[in-house]
Design a protein around this ligand. Structure first.
Ligand code: FAD
Length: 389
């Protein structure tokens, strides 16, 4: 098989890149380890920046998001027993949209199928080969049969545990990492959200987040220990803990119900530099991870896909390598700002085991400042709605 761009991974980064390349007239094939159903079953991010929605519009998959997505003009920060609104729209003119990653993925998969583009699901043992030459190849095994895709470029959109980054020789890559000493226990429930906007809560028992996927489906998180196991958190314990960590008005309003999904996710900041190795590029979680506090993971995957698609269009249409030569630098400049913001939100809102009462007082001072200074509020809002790309 031969294509121009062989993409590893049918997550948001790979699927969006595939659609952008398609509308730019660049032939591409996606190789995915799992089935489409498995990919769609993973409950992950749910908040889209306006720039991400614009990219979905650009590839013609934004219609359902505009119909079903919930547009939010603000978020609330809860601390010291009360809630304070950050007016995102007032501060920046921009909004964010609640629309689940599973829905984004489904829309992109449907568009890919409708366009008749090739996606090889259940492809095992993907191997990026010869990407330091002008003739890269992507090896894989499907149904026990070995296959190979000859291509001009490989796009490693295969997430944090993918094979692309792992195929680079260690001396060619530098990584930066911070692992946080706690995780997020999240549940999904078919109950109406406690508030129409997100509530981020700093509490002495630990962080909590009230978010949603629709007007009937809620997503709630509480900070938990990394040692915790799911079976230690029956629904009743989760709801009790969440109520503890909310202000009394929200705790009274909270509608509880059985969880339909429950999982624990560790929190990590991670960046790999550079994001280009000869004729292989990394995009999305393959190159960087952020703690979900800033809601940036999915949005960074989208901006990487945009930068890479535009660079490749320049390569094919204008016969210029300038775009692909600057892809890594351009993407990383935005990535690091989102890494900083996600780290800062995480630091301000969580209970840290080693910073004691001094650390807790500093957090309260910062929250008080952020919710009362127009300059600080604007800075938070500008980052939360997404820096331009
Ligand atoms: C448990 C969890 C919860 C999250 N919650 C949030 C959240 O609340 N908010 C937020 O903003 N972000 C969240 N994120 C982050 C967000 O979901 C990711 O940033 C986003 O999925 C990145 O998209 P991606 O396409 O780069 O990677 P992925 O979505 O990981 O997609 C990578 C794809 O590559 C495939 N793949 C991997 N290896 C191979 C291989 N060898 N061969 C072929 N295919 C391969 C995988 O199966 C997968 O389909 C969460 C992430 C996780 C893991």
């Amino acid at each position: 098989m031969r294509t121009k761009v062989a993409i590893i991974g049918a997550g948001p980064a790979g699927l969006l890149l595939g659609q952008l390349l398609h509308i730019y007239g660049i032939d591409n094939v996606i190789l995915e380890r799992h089935t489409g159903e498995y990919v769609l079953g993973r409950i992950r991010a749910g908040l889209l920046e306006e720039g991400t929605v614009e990219l979905l519009d650009e590839v013609g998959t934004g219609a359902r998001a505009h119909r079903e997505g919930l547009v939010h003009g603000g978020i609330e920060l809860a601390f010291a027993g009360s809630r304070h609104r950050i007016d995102l729209k007032g501060a920046t003119g921009k909004t964010v949209m609640i629309y689940g990653q599973t829905e984004v993925t489904l829309d992109l998969m449907n568009a890919r199928q409708a366009a008749g583009l090739t996606t090889i699901y259940e492809a095992e043992h993907a191997r990026p080969l010869d990407f330091d030459t002008d003739h890269p190849r992507l090896g894989y095994v499907k149904d026990g049969v070995t296959g190979e895709i000859a291509c001009d470029f490989i796009a490693g959109c295969d997430g944090y545990h993918g094979v692309s980054r792992a195929s680079v020789k260690p001396s060619a890559i530098q990584t930066f990492e911070r692992v946080y000493p706690f995780g997020w226990l999240g549940i999904l429930s078919d109950t109406p959200p406690v508030s129409h906007e997100l509530i981020y809560s700093n509490h002495e028992r630990g962080f909590a987040l009230c978010t949603m996927r629709s007007t009937r489906r809620s997503r709630y998180y509480v900070q938990c220990s990394l040692e915790d196991q799911i079976d230690q958190w029956p629904d009743d314990r989760f709801w009790d803990e969440l109520k503890w960590r909310l202000d009394s008005e929200a705790a009274d309003k909270l509608v509880i119900g059985p969880s339909i999904e429950k999982s624990i996710a560790p929190l990590r900041s991670f960046v790999a530099e550079p994001m280009r190795f000869g004729r292989m590029f990394l995009a999305g979680d393959a190159a960087h991870i952020v703690p979900p506090t800033g809601a940036k993971g999915l949005n960074l995957a989208a901006s990487d896909a945009h930068y890479l698609a535009v660079a490749l269009r320049e390569y094919y249409d204008d016969k210029s390598s300038a775009g692909i030569d600057h892809y890594s630098e351009k993407a990383l400049a935005r990535v690091w700002k989102a890494v900083r913001f996600s780290w800062w939100m995480t630091s301000m809102l969580h209970k840290f085991p080693d910073t004691g009462t001094f650390g807790a007082r500093i957090q309260l001072a910062e929250l008080d400042y952020v919710t009362h200074s127009a300059a600080a509020m604007t800075s938070l809002a500008e980052n939360y709605v997404g820096l331009p790309f």
